[in-house]
Write a protein that binds this ligand. Structure first.
Ligand code: ADP
Ligand code: MG
Length: 634
């Protein structure tokens, strides 16, 4: 009866394949999608067709015969209202049988995998928003089609194949007769669902194409009914070759969406032409939201490399990894067209482009930070954790990156620059102080900050995983070293307390001095030292690291990774002016058991304040019970 039924009876050589589990999940989502902007499917199919044309252009550099007598890339959309079909056809690279099974039966893109993970965790209503915001690829066709046929012939091959599926768990692949296939490239036939009928109307399709795909670098034509003449919708002129003044913001945004696979607005657009020793054009975008693959372990960038408008690869490292959030392309006039994708990475020409492009991106970020600080802090919010990787990877640009860096601090709300912090130095302050850890809320309440707060000294709160690494290796900013507040003696005595009169700190009472010695001997090997603290004002105790080597946060990371032996034991600092300490110090020798319990409990308290556990849970509870019993008078 319908085309669908006809296709279901495949030739005897047809093979049924199950979809990979992830694909089945994605399809489930597409088939049942209530997402209202289903038209994104067209953008995805056109993007794939354009990719296929660009890959052919690239392969044809080494093998010109692949182009045959049809050298001009083109994408053609065919509408057939009577059959309720929409066809997207390209004369690109095409797919062999195996490539079809691989490309249309599995999910290779890490971005799509990440999308699936996100959507698993998402609420139902958020789900549809996610589909709209992210490129979900070929399978989005099943939002509008009850069956999809993909008929393809690989460039240079005789055989052609049909992939066919209703998106319900399996797909079939079978050979097709030469006459039923494009002479080269891929034809995607959508058997539209009843409510997607409007995609057989010329106005609808034209509008969607102009809106979402107006800047793909391949011309797009439309045939609005069988037998009609093809009309051009888009000429495929490369946007980046036009001058900036000839491009509207909307055109930039469109292009950004098609090149970046992001569907938000770019936070910053950087379009420039470099001349001189290297002749190249760059069009870069800083996305307005975090791409899914930002923290993938491979930390790969996605900048596309073109040579004289021919797409070469998106695998070349055009920008350093700490700029991997930047999307877009570089089009070089100097690189040889026949450079192999494998060799390109080592090309000194690419090295020079990388250098120039990196400086340009950092320069534009600096300018933005100066001229539009709010727009810049939005970018920092999204990508600061990635940019900071450059602080230990790119020594040449470390100072530039430090100047860009923004921090949460104890000094003021919002983001602060190091310049702001140095300008707010207190008299006699010589170092930029920081506190590192993984939870900013816990950092804010850390006892280590008390003495600094009491003196109005601003402390950087570092809660990104990378912070521990760059800050240790950094020689400082503007001649001021970085210093952890959890490390060494705090050197705070010379900085006056806020609102205090200029009085020297009172001498320690003898009983307190003796108590410190007592605690030291009670704890024995567990600590390197017990000493009076000038960083504590409210809390009784805290742990600090010695002056040399890692600070407390890094010590804990290293210990967790088994990289730190017993060598690093903390120093226990005790607040000699704290009421509890003064009272404990006044206890007589007949209270030895209580004093010993107190010594251990104070040590455990300091550990708990850092987010750790008591040194020995059983002994801890026994000691606590003894002390409480004593209070309760039992
Ligand atoms: P992506 O385009 O990000 O790789 P898709 O789901 O859109 O993901 O497509 C999956 C794969 O299918 C592509 O990588 C490509 O190998 C293949 N493919 C899709 N459409 C075409 C086409 N028109 N021509 C050639 N290959 C295609
Ligand atoms: Mg795609």
């Amino acid at each position: 009866m319908t085309v669908t039924d006809k296709n279901r009876n495949e030739s005897p050589s047809s093979e049924a394949h199950p979809f990979q589990a992830d694909v089945a999940k994605l399809l489930q989502l597409m088939v049942h999608s209530v997402y209202s902007e289903k038209s994104v499917f067209l953008r995805e199919l056109i993007a794939n067709a354009a990719d296929a044309c660009e890959r052919l252009r690239y392969e044809a550099i080494a093998a010109p015969a692949l182009l045959g007598d049809d050298p001009k890339p083109r994408i053609t959309l065919r509408l057939d209202a009577d059959k309720r079909q929409l066809t997207v056809e390209d004369n690109g690279i095409g797919m062999s049988r195996d490539e079809m099974v691989e490309a249309l039966g599995t999910i290779a893109r890490s971005g799509t995998k990440a999308f699936l993970d996100r959507i698993e965790a998402a609420q139902k209503d958020e789900e549809t928003a996610l589909i709209g915001r992210f490129g979900v690829g070929f399978y989005s066709a099943f939002m509008v089609a009850e069956r999809v046929d993909v008929i393809s012939r690989r460039a240079g091959a005789d055989a052609a194949f049909r992939w066919s599926s209703d998106g319900q768990g399996t797909f079939a692949v079978s050979p097709v007769a030469a006459a039923d296939a494009p002479s080269r490239g891929t034809r995607v036939v959508l058997h539209l669902l009843e409510d997607a009928n409007s995609y057989t109307e010329r106005e609808t399709v034209e509008r969607v194409v102009r809106e979402h795909s107006g800047h793909v670098p391949v011309p797009i034509a439309i045939v609005d009914k069988p037998g009609a003449e093809a009309g051009e919708i888009s000429d495929g002129a490369a946007l980046w070759t036009k001058s900036k003044s000839a491009i509207t913001p909307a055109e930039y945004t469109d292009f950004y969406r098609s090149v970046a696979g992001q569907f938000d607005e770019p936070a910053l657009t950087i379009h420039f032409h470099a001349e001189g020793r290297q002749d190249y054009t760059s069009l870069f975008f800083v996305p307005g939201s975090r791409p899914f693959d930002l923290f993938d372990p491979d930390r790969k960038g996605r900048i596309k490399l073109y040579v004289k408008r021919v797409f070469i690869t998106d695998d070349a490292e055009v920008l350093p990894r700490y700029l991997r959030f930047v999307r877009g392309l570089v089009d070089s006039a100097d690189l040889p067209l026949n450079v192999s994708r494998e060799k390109i990475q080592e090309s000194p020409l690419l090295g020079a482009i990388r250098k120039g492009a990196t400086s340009r991106v950092l320069g534009e970020l600096e300018r933005l930070a100066e001229k539009e600080p709010e727009a810049f802090t939005k970018i920092w919010d999204l990508f600061g954790a990635v940019l900071k990787e450059g602080l230990y990877e790119d020594f040449e640009r470390r100072d530039a990156l430090l100047a860009l860096a923004r921090f949460k601090t104890t000094g003021a709300e919002g983001w602060r620059s190091l310049k702001d912090c140095v300008a707010a130095f207190k008299p006699n302050q010589t170092a930029i102080y920081y506190l590192a850890g993984d939870d900013i809320e816990r950092l804010k309440t850390s006892p280590h900050l008390e003495g600094f707060r009491a003196r109005g000294i601003e402390v950087l709160l570092l809660s990104d995983a990378v912070d521990n690494f760059w800050v240790m290796a950094s020689p400082g900013f503007d001649g001021k070293p970085f210093k952890s507040v959890t490390q060494g003696a705090a050197d705070l005595a010379s900085i006056p307390l806020v609102g205090a009169k200029d009085e020297p700190a009172p001498e320690l009472q003898d009983t307190v001095k003796k108590f410190l010695v007592f605690v030291q001997s009670a704890l024995g090997e567990a600590v390197t030292q017990v000493r009076a603290s000038d960083r504590l004002t409210d809390s009784a105790v805290c742990l600090v690291a010695s002056d040399k080597g890692p600070d407390r946060a890094l010590e804990k990371i290293l210990a967790g990774a088994g990289r730190l032996g017993a060598a690093s034991k903390p120093i226990l600092e005790i607040n000699p002016r704290h009421q509890l300490i003064v009272a404990l110090a006044a206890l007589g020798d007949d209270q030895r058991v209580l004093k010993e319990d107190a010594a251990h409990l104070l040590f455990d308290e300091a550990r708990v304040l850092e987010g750790d556990r008591p040194a020995d849970a059983k002994l801890f509870s026994e000691r606590l019970a003894r002390v409480l019993e004593k209070c309760a008078g039992t």
